[in-house]
Design a protein around this ligand. Structure first.
Ligand code: ZN
Length: 265
């Protein structure tokens, strides 16, 4: 999974962004967004804004779930169905909690593994990246609306109710493995997806410069200077309890806003 180091903070929001292709018939039918009014409530979601294109045609809206504050941006564009979830994942240490969580949520446990299988069988492409202040999960599918809504529902479920185990955490973060030397003797070796990824990344000059620059600007132990992907020394200390604590204290789901030649009105 990608890890992009950039400025951070400390709460996990998830934003989902839903983009859906416009059927040809919609171009001659009444525009369903024309009747939207700010403040209207539909199925528990309050309309907070209306997105328009460069000819002022309404093409979507921002909807806020009244009970939870979850934000959904819905935009109709001529493309395949796609969504973009994201959550603010402010840093609390150099152990790489948000990056590890990114890996665990969508690849581990029965739910995480099921999404991977379903995506490959439904013409779906996805990605996940951890930045300095947020983690995102975009996906799109050429499998049509049915595949899209199935995957969308699975993402919502796995992001809110993951079922990965503590052993999944240990193996994804860092663990000890045995490998063979050229002379056939055996040796102990540090392993783990996150550990391997970040050991490789932090050996690159540009990553080390960025890491050092952040600490010089913001100081040590600052959300904007700590290592979003996890410093190798910090990753070694990570335990399942750290992930649980981080998730409990920092998750708040929201929905994302993104503009495609459109603006809120
Ligand atoms: Zn990764």
């Amino acid at each position: 999974m990608n890890t992009v180091v950039r400025p951070v903070v400390l709460v996990l929001f998830a934003f989902a962004m839903l983009l859906q292709s416009a059927p040809v018939r919609a171009q001659i039918a009444a525009n369903p967004f024309d009747s939207l009014k700010k403040g209207q409530v539909f199925h528990g979601f309050r309309t907070d804004g209306i997105y328009t294109d460069d000819s002022d045609k309404a093409i979507g809206g921002r909807f806020v779930h009244v009970r939870t504050g979850f934000v959904l941006d819905f935009i109709q564009i001529q493309s395949v169905p796609q969504a973009w979830f994201y959550a603010n994942t402010f840093l609390v240490s150099d152990m790489g909690e948000p990056h590890t969580q990114e890996h665990l949520l969508i690849t581990k446990g029965n739910k995480g593994r099921n999404i991977s299988v379903r995506e490959s069988m439904s013409l779906t492409q996805s990605n996940a990246s951890t930045y300095q202040t947020f983690t995102d999960y975009p996906f799109n599918t050429a499998g049509g609306p049915e595949a899209f809504y199935t995957i969308f529902a699975e993402y919502v479920d796995v992001l809110l109710h993951p079922d990965y185990s503590e052993e999944d955490v240990r193996r994804e973060v860092r663990n000890w493995g045995v490998s063979e030397n050229p002379d056939k003797t055996l040796k102990l070796e540090e392993k783990g997806s996150v550990y391997n990824e970040m050991t490789s990344s932090m050996s690159q000059p540009d990553w080390r410069v960025f890491d050092t620059a952040g600490r010089l600007v913001f100081g040590e132990q600052h959300p904007l200077s700590m290592n979003a992907g996890g410093a190798p020394d910090g990753i070694r200390k990570m335990t399942p309890a750290d992930i649980k604590r981080y998730t409990r204290r920092t998750i708040t789901w929201r929905i994302w806003e993104r503009s495609f030649r459109c603006r809120a009105r």
